[in-house]
Write a protein that binds this ligand. Structure first.
Ligand SMILES: Nc1ncnc2c1ncn2[C@@H]1O[C@H](COP(=O)(O)OP(=O)(O)O)[C@@H](O)[C@H]1O
Ligand SMILES: [Mg+2]
Length: 801
């Protein structure tokens, strides 16, 4: 069961797939939203049974809610927050917990996700069609529904999304919407919505009838008089009552704010406009929001701190263990920055797998420089408007993320971390990296133009740092502006230090424990590292330690022993964390036939990758299953072609491949980024299966293979070797052409592995396959009849039967 921040909703039900703006004022809700935003975690939105309850507890909430992601937060001057959220999944609420610092508590809640995968059954299809038809009729009767809604409904294929979208567009009471939300079964949900739609349509028809009758009676003059009168009364009630004060307050705020001249002129003009508008028009809100945004931005305010190099070094060491080289590079970079007045030159870019501390090093740099810190995650940003904002004419327009972040920073010279620049993508709405290029260019960024703001904004004092998992994902023009600092994954020893000295103390504090109240001995840390996480960095390690802290906190409450201390041993870990997630150490227990270990480079760093082949009597088919991308398919083909070209040397009949089917499978692990580098591993596994000779279990390999069996170089060597070391591999084969990259591999890793350079697949086979010395001259005459039944793969003196 997972735990997420929780936010109760009054009078709104958010369906999965819907994007909604929410104005949030309750403190717990704001804290929950901020927590979700910060940790990029989903938030659970659940509707209150009674909208009037101000501080709802579990009994005031429905039990089914919606997990949503927070897309944007905009802090309004009156302390409320405007949040843009997107519903993702239905989820059931369980236990609620109060989290956070004193006086800053908010709720988190254990949830189970309740999504039902819709089936493709005919019955469901029929219901879907009926639903589309009914909604079409409904929409024609209801003039308030915009055309686009209808279009998007017709285009949706997924029945669950479809019915949710329809439900969110019918005007219904909150309870009824909640009932729809609570229907987990898609079929039942459609049924319910259909019922409602039919009822509503009937009501429409009746209303229309009545309306027509009344209209006839009322002459048009009468009507106009009546309407104008009504509007006047409403304006009196709402607008004027508080409007007057509010505006003069705003005028004062404008007077007080230090603004550049051009901004002051513009905002004064807008203010005049605002004055003349009726207090309750939609346009008023737009203008008002705009003025608030400008006033909320820092225009001149800055942190006045100088870099003290001694202090900087201290801070970096205080916050992070190891990382010797990156820290040195950062300090050199900072030293240069102290000598020049304005920040110029390349932007730092920290590159490495997740959880190695890129983001947190950025934070540390801010602390070392005595500046504010803001982070903007670019992961998933694909629209230029997300970076640069929407024009104000666009409904619901907001500034872009750069300006929103500056607002959050509150000063014009923060350290600004552009996180995950390699995760941006490009689509038809424009290329976000073009906007970023402008942001990072010192020649242009003193006059950054956000579409919403529509005023030049000076970013030239901002200290930008970027991070990425993977250099390849960064657009080249951006790379040109960057100084790359590589952070590698951690070895087991390093993880131990980090866990003991940094992660555990941090989690103890975050979960309300005093120092030393929970202690883990070395064996228990190792247990967590080896059997509950498998990663290059330490992110899951930190999460897992947090999970232990939470479990113990709960136990302590239950036992009513608030000061009890805990000392965990290796065996205790399982008690709190349940069954181990990973088999420790990937090296196999015995040398297996057809099973070869490769080293892959994945999104999360290096990993061991096990490739398994089996041979069956057949007709020459190659089947590939498991998590193999297209690239790996090609490698497998190349590997098989190589084996065929070597048939005679391997002692096989030249037409052996026509008699067998080869099945290659990758049992587990993440999807490799560099598919081709599994080439020699696949070849080894296939040959081992064909020749029925086991592969050395202590050996791992990496290298691309050509049709003729040459071994080509690969990328990500350091991460791969780290993975081998973590997996307790003793010997590795790497392409000869990668010899020069060995220089960059930390000595500690190099010296713990027996590294052999290969440039030919024959060499690989000789090293990898375990056979007696005399057979090393390549496997003559192995009797296969026993294995393959009535035919032989091997060229015998007697013909095959
Ligand atoms: N060398 C280190 N020393 C101490 N803590 C570290 C170290 N590396 C990572 N961490 C911690 O691990 C967690 C994950 O790091 P994070 O900065 O989010 O990684 P990244 O941004 O590279 O994915 C953070 O809490 C961070 O402080
Ligand atoms: Mg990060």
């Amino acid at each position: 069961m997972e735990q997420f921040p929780l936010m109760p909703l009054r009078d709104i039900v958010l369906f999965p797939g819907m994007v909604a703006p929410l104005v949030v004022g309750r403190k717990k809700s704001i804290l929950a939203l901020e927590d979700a935003m910060e940790n990029r975690s989903p938030i659970l939105l659940v509707t209150q049974k009674d909208a009037k309850v101000d501080d709802p507890g579990q009994e005031h909430l429905h039990t089914i809610g919606t997990l949503a992601s927070v897309m944007q937060l905009l802090r309004l001057p009156d302390g409320t927050i405007k949040a843009l959220v997107e519903g993702k999944d239905r989820a059931e609420l369980h236990q609620m917990h109060l989290r956070g610092k004193k006086n800053e508590e908010f709720f988190t809640v254990d949830v189970t996700v309740m999504t039902e995968e819709p089936t493709g059954s005919n019955e469901l299809q029929a219901y879907v069609r009926e639903l589309k038809k009914a909604f079409d009729v409904y929409a024609q009767g209801n003039k308030k529904l915009p055309r686009e809604v209808l279009n998007s409904v017709t285009s949706i294929e997924n029945p669950s999304q479809l019915v949710d979208l329809v439900a969110s567009h019918i005007q219904l009471k909150t309870e009824e919407k909640q009932k729809i939300l609570e229907k987990i079964s898609v079929l039942e949900r459609i049924n319910l919505v259909l019922e409602i739609l039919f009822r509503e349509m009937e009501l429409f028809a009746m209303e229309k009838d009545i309306h027509a009758k009344v209209k006839k009676k009322m002459s048009s003059t009468q009507r106009n008089y009546y309407l104008t009168e009504k509007i006047r009364v409403i304006q009196d009630e709402i607008g004027q009552g508080e409007g007057g004060d509010d505006l003069s307050e705003l005028e004062q705020a404008i007077g007080k704010k230090k603004l550049p001249k051009y901004a002051l002129e513009k905002i004064t003009k807008e203010f005049k406009k605002l004055r003349q508008m009726p207090a309750m028009s939609a346009e008023t809100t737009v203008v008002r929001n705009y003025i608030d945004t400008v006033l909320d931005l820092p225009w001149k305010k800055k942190s006045r701190a100088k870099i003290d190099m001694n202090r900087a070094e201290g801070v970096l060491d205080e916050d992070h263990y190891g990382l010797k080289k990156p820290k040195e590079r950062i300090l050199e970079y900072l030293a240069v920055q102290t000598q020049v007045k304005k920040l110029r030159g390349p932007i730092l870019c920290l590159v490495g797998p997740p959880g190695v501390g890129k983001t947190s090093v950025c934070k540390s740099i801010a602390r070392a420089m005595g500046r504010k810190f803001v982070r903007l995650s670019l992961g998933g940003v694909r629209d230029e408007a997300e970076v640069r904002g929407h024009r104000r004419t666009y409904i619901g327009a907001m500034p872009g993320k750069i300006i929103l972040s500056m607002q959050k920073a509150g000063v014009i010279n923060p350290v600004f971390c552009l996180d995950e620049v390699d995760k941006m993508s490009v689509d038809f709405r424009g290329d976000p990296s073009a906007a970023l290029l402008e942001v990072l260019d010192p020649e242009q960024n003193y006059s950054f133009n956000d579409h919403y703001l529509d005023l030049d904004y000076d970013l030239s004092e901002v200290f930008f740092i970027t991070t990425a998992n993977n250099l390849h994902g960064i657009p080249l023009p951006l790379q040109d502006r960057m100084e790359i600092i590589q952070l590698n994954g951690y070895t087991e020893e390093e993880k131990l230090h980090i866990a003991e000295d940094f992660l555990l103390p941090k989690q103890l504090q975050a979960n309300g424990f005093k120092e030393g109240e929970i202690q883990l001995n070395e064996a228990s840390f190792l247990e967590v590292i080896r059997r509950y996480t498998r990663e290059a960095g330490v992110r899951n390690l930190e999460r897992t330690l947090a999970a232990i802290c939470r479990k113990i906190a709960r136990e302590r409450l239950k036992e009513k022993a608030p000061d009890k201390r805990y000392q965990l041993t290796g065996e205790d870990v399982g008690v709190y964390l349940g069954v181990a997630k990973y088999r420790y150490g990937l090296a196999e227990k015995k040398n297996e036939i057809g099973l070869a270990t490769g080293m892959a480079w994945t999104e999360v760093g290096g990993e061991l990758l096990q490739i398994e082949s089996t041979i069956m009597p057949g007709t020459g088919k190659l089947t590939i299953t498991g998590k193999l991308g297209d690239v790996m398919q090609e490698s497998a083909q190349a590997a098989l072609t190589y084996v065929r070209s070597r048939a005679v040397r391997l002692g096989l009949r030249s037409d052996f491949y026509q008699k067998i089917d080869v099945h290659v499978h990758v049992p587990e692990g993440a999807i490799p980024k560099d598919g081709p580098s599994a080439g020699i591993t696949i070849a080894t596994s296939i040959v081992s299966a064909i020749l029925q000779i086991p592969v050395d279990r202590n050996l791992a390999m990496t290298g691309e293979i050509t049709l003729r069996g040459r071994v080509l170089p690969i990328g990500g060597l350091t991460e791969k070797l780290l993975a081998a070391k973590r997996g307790k591999i003793l010997r590795v084969l790497i392409p000869k052409e990668n010899e020069r990259n060995l220089e960059d591999v930390p000595e500690q890793i190099r010296s713990s592995l027996d590294i052999q350079l290969v440039d030919d697949a024959d060499q690989v086979l000789e090293e990898a396959l375990i056979c007696k010395q005399e057979e090393k001259s390549l496997f003559k005459d192995v009797p296969f009849d026993s294995i393959y039944g009535n035919f032989s793969l091997v060229e015998h003196n007697t013909p095959a039967q």
